[in-house]
Design a protein. Structure first.
Length: 221
């Protein structure tokens, strides 16, 4: 059992991560801005603790992270400023760093974006034609957050970033996926996609295995 502090637990991905971690018997603390609006997760096969916190505030991150082994951020800016993704990454690392060295620092696992993955043809996903401007801004913000994480020595904070396939949406939990690193994972027909359920499976697998410390990796069906 791993003690996990989860930011973004009410979002599309965060909800699936919460349920996947609970169904495997992990101890999860959902860190949310308004605990009164948090849905009951009992149907996932376990119960999460719920605390108030803000991933954009390093002091709040430190308070939520204390006593946990892994801090997960499934934070998304929604209709707000995409640059909040960079603020969140800096806040996560700063908050964990501030805990000091009296106890092992929690690992940090961040949900990233697919835009900075390299396609089989060579260009990055965000360089392909026809990407709408709002999506492009979000992609580049995810990329900037990843660039920051790559400056963090893994000896100081053991971080990992998990990027989704080019297409991710709610669907079936198959429990299977294929792994990649900085290249987009595609099928025989050139499609790159994964269900949010299987993305959550991959993320909780990473929590359990700690296989990509100091790296970004990606998954797809």
């Amino acid at each position: 059992m791993t003690k996990i502090a989860l930011f973004g637990a009410t979002g599309t991905i965060g909800t699936r991560v919460l349920h996947e971690a609970l169904r495997r018997g992990h101890e999860v603390t959902a860190v949310v801005r308004d605990p009164a609006r948090f849905p009951d997760p009992d149907s996932a096969g376990g119960t999460a603790a719920v605390v108030r916190g803000d991933v954009l505030d390093p002091a709040s991150v430190a308070e939520a992270a204390a006593g946990h082994e892994v801090v997960v951020s499934a934070f998304g800016p929604g209709s707000g400023d995409p640059a909040a993704l960079v603020t969140a990454a800096r806040s996560l690392i700063g908050g964990v760093r501030s805990l000091g060295t009296d106890a092992p620092a929690p690992r940090v696992v961040v949900v990233g974006g697919a835009g900075s993955l390299r396609t089989p043809g060579g260009p990055l996903v965000w360089d392909e034609a026809g990407v709408p401007a709002p999506v492009l801004a979000l992609m580049h913000a995810h990329g900037d957050a990843l660039d920051f994480l790559r400056t963090v020595p893994v000896e100081e904070v053991r971080w990992t970033c998990l990027s989704p396939a080019a297409q991710i949406a709610p669907g079936e939990r198959t429990g299977t996926y294929r792994l990649g690193l900085d290249g987009l994972v595609v099928d025989e027909e050139g499609r790159s996609r994964i269900s949010t359920e299987d993305f959550a499976v991959a993320l909780v697998d990473e929590i359990e295995r700690d296989a990509h410390a100091g790296r970004r990796f990606t998954v797809a069906h």
